[in-house]
Write a protein that binds this ligand. Sequence first.
Ligand code: KE4
Length: 430
Amino acid sequence: MIARMTHSRSQELFAEALRYLPGGVNSPVRAFRAVGGTPFFAQRAYGSHIEDIDGNSYVDYVCTWGPSILGHAHPEVIAAVKSAADRGTSFGIPNPLEVDLGRKICEWVPSVEKVRMTNSGTEATMSAIRLARGFTKRDKIIKFDGCYHGHVDSLLVKAGSGALTLGQPDSAGIPAALAALTLALPFNNIEALRHAFAQNRGEIAAVIVEPIPANAGLILPLPGYLEAMRELCTANGTLLIFDEVMTGFRLGRGGAQELLGVRPDLSCFGKVIGGGLPVGALGGRAEIMDYLAPLGPVYQAGTLSGNPLAMAAGLAQLKVLEEQNVFEKLEQLGAQLEVETRAALKTAGLDYVFYRVGSMFCLFFTSQTVRNLDDAKTSDLKRFTRVFHGLLERGIYIAPSQFETGFISAAHTQKDLAQTSEALTEALRA
Ligand code: KE4
């Protein structure tokens, strides 16, 4: 028998939030619109847990959508932020920490020779698209159905994550003339990409892709697909942009591109490199990056880009990742979660697909192999919703949408995994 949670304070606060914030939130996917109910309001987070204002505590598999790879409030991250804050929160003039983090990113990601810091993943992808257009002097771009690259006008076309969750993959407010410059193709279909290049010869500035899409649930690239994408971009003088805002510094030092052995021309990062503070970055070949102002003609700027607090948090997090061999621990925790999840699903006798790469995972309730967005949409969303709430009331918090990816942190414990397995077994009975 589970102790009934109360959520009265979150419900009251959500009612008030609705008066001041559209949908009561500052980012749509937090609103629980896909799963129903009222989002809880966090009051603190520590290690693998997040606690709401009613005093309920949850094992957290959202991990603030990726940044808290070490777990929440890691002592070294907190200490670094406090120390930096004592020296001022923003300077608006170069500071040593942004050079340190820039150097670290270039050292960890072989394809990155130079990097520009931004304040979000959205700014990073927006800047990368503009840079690719400026460098190639072409206007068209290619993206993939269900991939989400932040709320950039040119990229909110058949987008994933919250846009897909809310059923608005093509946002209002995007001029048709601009959207027409974005070609959206099915992921894992190399013939579709080959055809798009043939139909738009010499016109494609960039192909932007999540190398392992994680915003339509988690989808794995078919063998050879990204290699063929790389070859087509090279043959057509098109820049290949890997959006590694989620996978970067999470799947290993060099992210998905190192894991998969495919080298993009530009990469976008975020989340982990900010340790939970606002951050993004774009990086790549120096000959391309030097097109950015003040060196080159492509303007890109930001009051708080490279600010000392986010740099300090990111550097502290990467330092722990490196010194404590965290990636190996994440793989072990991920493998154990997978075994226990598959066992619970087998017991329940349900059709499912479970994908995992390192500490990123996703459960689809479908019998179909999920190779792209259309396949992902065959998942039983009603069952997902029942499982989401069944887990939540048992103290397990997963993303409030089928079209997201779960994360494990280095702070997750054997006790957490045992609680998760028990809760899943019961939630699957609902
Ligand atoms: P931000 O602007 O939210 O920092 O990053 C945008 C972005 C870019 N690229 C990828 C691959 C991303 O996953 C994201 C943002 N991820 C979502 C979660 N699916 C953020 C959560 C939210 O929108 O609240």
